[in-house]
Design a protein around this ligand. Structure first.
Ligand SMILES: [Ca+2]
Ligand SMILES: [Ca+2]
Length: 355
């Protein structure tokens, strides 16, 4: 055998090995994904970290904070409980979904709706929970029920972060760069239409009661959409966010949208998104060596106008393993909490330009 034949055989083995690694059993189903890189001007707003005014709550995993029509503040916990806090203080149990409640929203009749990651879309009634749209484990279309808002006509705008990955699997969704998130409009139990789909982890959603327009975070893309629920038309109002947006809250008093950013963008992993083959190989390496160092997760929130103009940035300490998934003004302060954080914190409401 000549050297050239031996060389060709060796090269062939290497190619087969790489193909096996990239496409063999257990391979990452990597997708091509090209998010807009972070905007340095937005990033520069996050300077001078503040210390919280107060911390409270002997509980874990408050994913969403939602003001109730009764004047109390509600939150959804990792253990399935939903708590309520009176303005003067003290958290007490309001309900328990038996699953993992994430987004909370109240309907025009005052009823609580819950986006439960394990159970789907639930409505609180006098006698318990009514399932409006079921999780796939119970034959429904939902995989990663995430957040919701209830419009004036009583219909629910609901986000399903992914059609491929459920609660607890978000890192795989991110690494794949998969884009299967859905926005549903649910008008009655079991009755729904798709308003938007094919996005990279559709997450926080809320609406402006004055215009009826809906705002939605696309987490892995680092951008926010405006969605007209009547026509289904949608457009990006801000991109290049310096973190991955989770929940958002429409602040009708100030005409602002408050966006929670649980983590900064990853400069190690995002360059792999446009190169699925390289990402498949990197996945095998991650299996052996673990993930590269994840980006910092300080308290980060951004307020924008409905036109997508940034107005206020909140930067807090990087003192817990996980950043915040929810931020909203309530009772004269900014309240924040997170999917994998202890309790809640308050920060001063920024002054300056307000509508
Ligand atoms: Ca909410
Ligand atoms: Ca969320």
């Amino acid at each position: 055998m000549t050297w050239i034949v031996r060389g060709a055989i060796a090269l062939g083995i290497v190619v087969l090995l790489l193909l096996g690694l990239a496409y063999g059993p257990g391979a990452l189903q990597a997708q091509r994904f090209e998010p807009v890189p972070l905007d340095p001007e937005l990033d520069a707003m996050f300077t001078d970290p503040l210390e919280p005014l107060a911390r409270e709550g002997d509980f874990f995993g408050a994913e969403d904070l939602e003001p109730g029509p009764d004047g109390r503040l509600y939150t959804s916990l990792a253990d399935g409980r939903i708590l309520a806090r009176a303005p003067e203080g003290g958290w007490e149990e309001f309900a328990h979904t038996g699953g993992r409640p994430l987004g909370l929203a109240f309907g025009p009749d005052g009823a609580l709706f819950v986006a439960d990651a394990l159970k789907g879309l639930l409505k609180r009634t006098q006698t318990g929970w009514q399932t409006w749209l079921a999780d796939e484990s119970e034959g429904g279309p939902l995989v990663f029920t995430d957040d919701l808002t209830v419009l004036a006509d009583g219909s629910v705008i609901l986000t399903d972060a992914s059609r491929r990955y459920g609660y607890g699997e978000y890192m795989t969704s991110f690494l794949e760069g998969e884009q299967t998130g859905v926005v549903y409009r649910v008008t009655a139990p079991g009755e729904y239409t798709v308003l938007m789909e094919g996005r990279a982890f559709i997450n926080g959603v809320d609406h402006d009661p004055a215009t009826g327009l809906v705002y939605v975070n696309e987490t892995w893309a680092g951008q926010v959409w405006e969605l007209d629920p009547a026509s289904g038309e949608h457009r990006v109002i801000i991109d290049g966010l310096p973190g991955y947006p989770d929940n958002l809250e429409f602040d009708a008093g100030r005409g602002l949208i408050w966006i929670a950013l649980p983590s900064r963008r990853s400069p190690e992993l995002e360059p792999l998104h446009p190169r699925p083959f390289v990402k498949r190989l990197a996945w095998r390496w991650i299996q052996v060596a673990g993930l590269p160092e994840l980006p910092p997760r300080p308290v980060m929130g951004l307020a924008i106008t409905p036109e997508g103009e940034p107005v206020h940035a909140l930067l807090g300490p990087d003192d817990q393993d996980f950043g915040i998934t929810t931020i909203l003004p309530w009772q004269g302060a900014l309240w924040v909490a997170g999917l994998e954080r202890e309790g809640v914190e308050t920060y001063p409401l920024p002054g300056g330009r307000e509508r």
